[in-house]
Design a protein around this ligand. Structure first.
Ligand code: NI
Length: 177
């Protein structure tokens, strides 16, 4: 287990399209996920994609417990999602604040689809198939965007709603993701 450095926006690895995983339940995959988990917990993140620690594979992790210290308290189960496929279940979108461990210290308002189905595998090769909405759907879209080389600032429509966390939310503890 290891805490890895997180690549920051500007690093070309973050702009690559990640490759699918073709071998499950391997020691390499388990140690990648352990490193991602340790890194995400250490940095108090809500999610992390493998390219953020320099591994261009289609692996994301996300999830957090309900925590009253944080303004957004919607619980999302801890999930390992590999080779994800998203299916939109409606055209409805909503705006919400996002941050990213690769864009530290900043927040921006991003429109995301409200309802979607996601499918993929876990690290053991077991199928995952969930229908979600709201903040859970937002987190999945943010993390899966990383696998396509897309960072959330690329999705911002109104740059007046983009800035430094300490200025936008003074005195608040805000989770990074
Ligand atoms: Ni991110």
């Amino acid at each position: 287990m290891a805490i890895k450095p997180v690549l920051k926006m500007g690093d070309p690895v973050l702009l690559q399209v990640a490759k699918p995983v073709d071998r499950f339940d391997s020691s390499e995959l388990h140690s990648l996920i352990q490193d991602m988990h340790d890194t995400m917990i250490h940095l108090n993140g809500a999610g992390l994609a493998a390219p953020q620690i320099g591994v261009s594979l289609q692996v994301v992790i996300f999830g957090f417990a309900n925590n009253p210290r944080y303004p957004r308290a919607e619980e999302v189960p801890f999930t390992v999602l590999i080779n994800p496929q998203l299916t939109l279940l409606s055209d409805e979108q909503e705006d919400g604040w996002e941050g990213c461990l690769s864009v530290p210290g900043m927040r921006g308002v991003v429109p995301r689809y409200v309802h979607l189905r996601y499918q993929g595998m876990d690290q053991y090769g077991c199928a995952i198939d969930r229908t979600v909405s709201g903040f859970h759907a937002r987190v999945v879209q943010h993390e899966c965007d990383h696998l396509q080389g897309i960072l959330y600032p690329m999705r911002i429509k109104d740059f007046r709603l983009f800035g430094f966390t300490e200025v936008l939310f003074p005195g608040q503890e805000v989770m990074d993701d």
